[in-house]
Design a protein around this ligand. Structure first.
Ligand code: HEM
Length: 388
């Protein structure tokens, strides 16, 4: 689809969103670099949008555009820099060995719950439960709060019944966490954010913990699912499933280039009339970041090969001031890689339980992930210990 759009419109495509709302989708690597690299010309401040008068309160894309949201995502300028530093420093201090062993522990618990059955859905029973659990732990939540947070976040993301209650549970849990950490600071993300000297309110810290949990969980879960799908369906990886761990990293990197969880991101808003690609973008127009489109731009993928090796110049974590913070990228990588390795170690003969062609994606213009990944394997006994 991106290839067709590029052929018909070039690297910047005029698109119509739900409800006939116009926007620009940037598919060109160079153009996306320009947009994400200049946060003054292409601002993250959604109040600048020239379409607000046409947007109904119940517009389904509203949650991803955000208006008057007091989170890091829509903060700009110096305050954004302080805020990104606050989050980045708090995440950077996460010990990667501890992160790995925590991820192993939760991954083992999750597999213990299904390993005797000989079959499971990797998405529902594993990928959608693991990242949130690990993130909750590093943020500072007690172990026993984990399952409640997992349910609340997944209810909120699914947008079904329970979504509002899920969001409220998360907000209340974050507020309680801050109160607890003010009383007794610990070595965790929440305590480090509270200790930051730039004077953030509790409300700002709660918003950013919510963003980090939601923005961190789903793409990491999709990274696990998309990478395992690749390894189970593509013979270049299947051959080495039993062997070298090298192929896990390769599959994960290939996914970020070819099948990235973060397909499109909304957005940036033009602060003045400007030429972008072959189009004239007007002040206040919304520009959508076509991350997957840019990753597959033939101008940078000249050999057409899917083998990306160690090259990580993809756009999957975006670029520029508002990109995914580097320590967050590393945390996502440790959680996803460890989770996949535990699956392959514990279930070495894991195989797809359905034909590869029947695997379906969740419908979403933003994130790309599987609805289900049914697998089968030789049943094994649980390791024991605690249950997930
Ligand atoms: C595979 C996993 C992940 C992917 C693909 C991903 C992708 C992204 C992308 C594309 C953005 C930038 C949006 C933009 O340019 O407007 C972003 C921002 C962000 N991500 Fe991630 N992310 C992942 C994991 C995480 C994790 C684990 C955390 C936290 C622990 C996290 C925290 C954040 C935060 C706080 C921002 C906002 C940065 C800002 O606006 O300054 N992300 N992420």
């Amino acid at each position: 689809m991106y290839r067709d759009m590029r052929r018909d419109h070039g690297s910047v495509v005029p698109v119509i969103l739900e409800g006939d709302v116009p926007a620009w989708l940037v598919l060109g690597y160079r153009e996306l670099h320009q947009v994400t690299g200049d946060s003054v010309l292409f601002s993250r401040d959604s109040d600048l949008w020239n379409q607000w008068d046409n947007i109904p309160d119940d517009w389904p894309l509203l949650p991803m555009i955000g208006r008057k949201q007091n989170s890091i995502l829509y903060t700009v300028g110096e305050r954004h820099r302080e805020r990104a530093a606050m989050i980045g420093n708090a995440l950077e201090a996460v010990d990667s060995f501890e992160l790995r062993s925590t991820t192993e522990r939760y991954a083992d618990e999750l597999l213990d719950a299904v390993c005797a059955k000989g079959e499971t859905d990797i998405i529902a029973d594993f990928a959608m439960l693991l990242p949130v659990r690990v993130l909750a732990f590093v943020f500072g939540f007690a172990d026993e709060q984990g399952p409640g947070l997992v349910t609340a976040l997944n209810d909120m993301i699914n947008g079904r019944e329970g979504a509002i209650a899920g969001q409220q549970h998360l907000g209340a849990s974050m507020a309680q966490l801050l109160a607890d950490r003010k009383a007794s600071p610990a070595s965790d993300v929440a305590s480090r954010m509270l200790a930051d000297s730039s004077g953030f309110t509790d409300e700002e810290i709660i918003q950013d913990l919510m963003v980090a949990l939601a923005a961190g969980h789903q793409p990491t879960a999709d990274w696990i699912g998309n990478s395992l799908r690749l390894m189970l369906t593509d013979e270049r990886f299947a051959a080495s499933l039993f062997g070298g761990r090298h192929s896990v990293a390769e599959a994960m990197n290939e996914v970020l280039w070819e099948d990235t969880p973060s397909q499109n991101i909304a957005g940036r808003w033009a602060t003045r009339d400007i030429q972008l690609g072959s189009h004239r973008v007007r002040t206040g127009d919304m520009v959508l970041l076509g991350l997957q489109g840019a990753n597959s731009d033939p101008q940078v993928r000249t050999d057409g090969s899917a083998l990306t090796g160690g090259n990580n110049a993809h756009f999957s974590f975006s670029h520029g001031e508002h990109r995914c913070p580097f320590p967050a990228q590393e945390i996502a990588e440790v959680i996803a890689r460890t989770g996949i390795e535990v699956v392959l170690d514990r279930l070495p003969d894991i195989d797809l339980a359905v034909p590869a062609e029947s695997l379906a994606r969740r419908p979403s213009p933003w994130l790309r992930g599987l609805s289900e990944l049914p697998v089968r394997f030789t049943p094994i006994p649980a390791l024991g210990g605690t249950s997930a």
